[in-house]
Design a protein around this ligand. Structure first.
Ligand code: ADP
Ligand code: ZN
Length: 625
């Protein structure tokens, strides 16, 4: 562009408007040419300019926010190789494949490689033939790695999943602690640390441990508007899950989280028995089976992965349509990170959690019996309480979630409480009835264990065998609660547990009345409780959603083309041994199917098609069309 023209054409603002090309930066050029995207999202442009200019950065962005480009583009713009430290060894091959598909020269070094493979990568690095190098943190422990990096030209260090440096967090990796030395050894190389976990506390810890206090901090909005958050009372979890999959996400990819290996196995078997393509994933499976299952989940369409939380970090499959929790997560941070794996492509997705009284009992017991000092247990208790507050809120889930991350929002209209607002009711008297029953049972117990079931039977005046055996029908509280349904009594007890008015005995799981219940017992405090909206209402929002999001809102003709493109993509991906989304994302296929480009040039204007993909796939796509 001839710059003299700009000055001749009047004010510079007007000139900018008529000649947008003049705004092109090297970064924007790479975005368009290599990645095939038109514009930066959110703060990407600023972050990338800052790092490309040699500045340090700490980036907090939710999953799917677009963190990868924040270090990939500076790596391509700056001279030398961008070194990406990542704990995700099992995914490095996929990441390198995805970059290679874009024409980016990338390699990785980790412990799974054979010595000769490693040597090849090292040679390429020293010859200046790598744009990006993925490095497992444990490689930094090896002195040769330091010497290797000394001899290479490094353009930047990217520290991915930076929350792994936090000892209080849920993903602590001791090897991450060494990353504080990067700055001392290579003071000229800019560093960018990225994470999707972001309470103020974790952020402070990351900054201090990675020596990034003077770095620029970029904190994006943590909202994920395309995810519908829903928390349902746990009733028959397997059936509820099947219902969710069948009515809202048939044939779609999803992740189901369970707490234990056993429940992973059981749930996966139930789903398979119901004809759903489900696979288990937990630490008890051998490494090969785990790798195989993960690979199938990534590569094939529509697989449901049933897993413990050991699964999922760094999984960048864009079309995970739902994340279901069958057990209560231990913290809001963990929950948000896990649910964040849904809908990275920005399409409507569901985060569904089933939660019940037994979850609270189990978690409280686990904390009490966990190792660690009082302070540690106290911390775990706080994490759990925040999670419980989210479950029991009568306000918008999203507002509550974002508030936890220090951000504000308006009620979203896309969560269960917004779609069917639960009532808040005065539960003071029912709570007093429960508490009195617990006190009486506590006196009479004689080593017997009575759980919530017995309490409810007593209140409802049910003369069961166990009631008669212990003469509980003679208690003064017997039958004083016939006006409230059984499930509502469970809800009252659950909420008393959540607010720590009831305590749980560590050994037997029996209840006792805690100090916090005093004011309610003495009628000095009114206790407002959450009342579940009727089941039908709860569903209303989601019921309107069309299933099969991938093909949603396409005309019948476009939909037919889309399916053909998908079949073509499947074959190409299989031939090349890469996940389908490495070839093209659904969104790209959808745009092709609606715009029906007639030429190579037209195809090149579609979002997600850069130079390398155009070169490789133009012929194939045009043939399908
Ligand atoms: P994160 O690492 O933050 O979870 P990713 O880097 O994987 O997110 O990006 C999420 C998705 O958004 C990816 O599919 C990516 O290709 C896409 N994406 C990122 N930035 C842009 C952009 N500027 N324009 C279009 N798509 C983008
Ligand atoms: Zn809401």
């Amino acid at each position: 562009m001839d710059h003299s023209q700009l000055h001749n054409s009047g004010s510079s603002v007007a000139a900018d408007r008529v000649t947008p090309v003049s705004e092109t930066t090297p970064e924007l050029d790479v975005l368009r040419r290599v990645f095939g995207y038109d514009e930066f999202r959110g703060e990407q442009a600023e972050i990338i300019a800052h790092v490309a200019g040699g500045g340090d950065a700490l980036v907090l962005m939710p999953t799917g926010g677009g963190k990868s480009l924040c270090y990939q583009i500076p790596s391509l713009v700056r001279a030398g190789t961008g070194v990406v430290v990542s704990p995700l060894i099992a995914l490095m091959q996929d990441q390198v494949d995805a970059l290679s598909a874009l024409g980016v020269r990338a390699g990785f070094l980790n412990s799974t490689q054979m010595p000769h493979e490693r040597q090849q990568v090292e040679k390429a690095l020293l010859a200046g033939e790598l744009d990006m190098l993925y490095l497992a943190p444990e490689r930094l422990r090896v002195p040769e790695t330091g010497r290797l990096l000394d001899q290479a030209k490094i353009s930047l260090f990217a520290i991915d999943e930076a929350h792994c440096v936090s000892q209080w967090g849920h993903d602590f990796r001791p090897d991450y602690l060494q990353l504080s030395h990067l700055h001392e050894r290579w003071p000229e190389v800019p560093r960018i640390a990225l994470t999707a976990t972001a309470t103020a506390e974790t952020r402070r810890e990351i900054a201090s441990r990675l020596d990034l206090e003077d770095a620029r901090h970029f904190v994006a909005s943590f909202d994920r508007p395309n995810i519908q958050y829903r928390i349902a009372p746990k009733d028959k979890p397997a059936k509820q899950l099947l219902d969710l999959i069948r009515t809202e996400h048939p044939g779609e990819a999803g992740i189901v989280y369970c707490l234990s290996r056993n429940s992973v196995e059981r749930t996966a078997a139930t789903l398979v028995g119901a004809g759903i393509d489900a696979l288990p994933y937990h630490a008890g499976l051998d490494a090969r089976t785990r790798a195989q299952n993960q690979s199938r989940f990534l590569r094939e369409d529509g697989i449901v992965m049933v897993a413990t939380i050991a699964f999922g970090m760094g999984i960048d499959k864009p079309d995970v349509r739902f994340v279901a929790h069958l057990d209560l997560p231990k913290s809001v941070e963990g929950y948000y990170q896990e649910t964040g794996r849904a809908g990275r492509d920005g399409q409507p997705s569901t985060a569904w959690l089933a939660y019940g009284l037994a979850d609270v009992v189990q978690q409280r017991q686990m904390i009490e019996t966990s190792e660690g000092d009082r302070a540690h247990k106290h911390r775990l208790g706080q994490h759990l309480n925040a999670m419980l507050a989210l479950c029991e809120t009568v306000d918008c889930r999203r507002v509550q979630l974002l508030r936890y991350f220090g951000q504000t929002a308006e009620p979203c209209g896309n969560c269960d409480t917004c779609l069917a607002t639960p009532e808040s009711w005065d539960g003071t008297v029912p709570a007093q009835k429960v508490l009195s029953t617990v006190i009486r049972l506590d006196r009479e117990r004689n080593g017997q264990r009575f759980g919530a079931g017995q309490i409810v039977d007593i209140l409802r005046g049910k003369e069961t065998e166990k009631v008669r055996q212990f003469r509980h029908h003679e208690l003064s509280v017997f039958g004083i609660g016939t006006d409230i349904a059984e499930s509502d009594w469970h809800s009252v007890i659950r909420q008393l547990l959540a607010r720590e008015m009831l305590a749980v005995d560590t050994r037997y799981g029996v209840f006792s009345v805690a100090d916090a219940a005093g004011p309610v017992l003495r009628s000095e405090q009114q206790l407002m409780l959450r009342k579940e909206p009727p089941r039908q209402a709860r569903r209303s929002g989601s019921g309107e959603r069309k299933p099969k999001v991938a093909a949603a809102d396409l005309s019948p003709e476009a939909s037919e083309v889309f399916e053909r493109l998908r079949a073509w993509r499947g074959e190409v991906a299989k031939e090349q041994g890469v996940p389908a989304y490495v070839v093209f994302h659904d969104a790209t296929l959808r745009e092709i199917a609606t715009r029906l480009p007639a030429s190579r040039d037209e195809l090149g204007t579609i979002s997600g098609i850069g130079e390398a993909k155009l070169e490789k796939y133009a012929e194939g796509v045009l043939a399908v069309l």
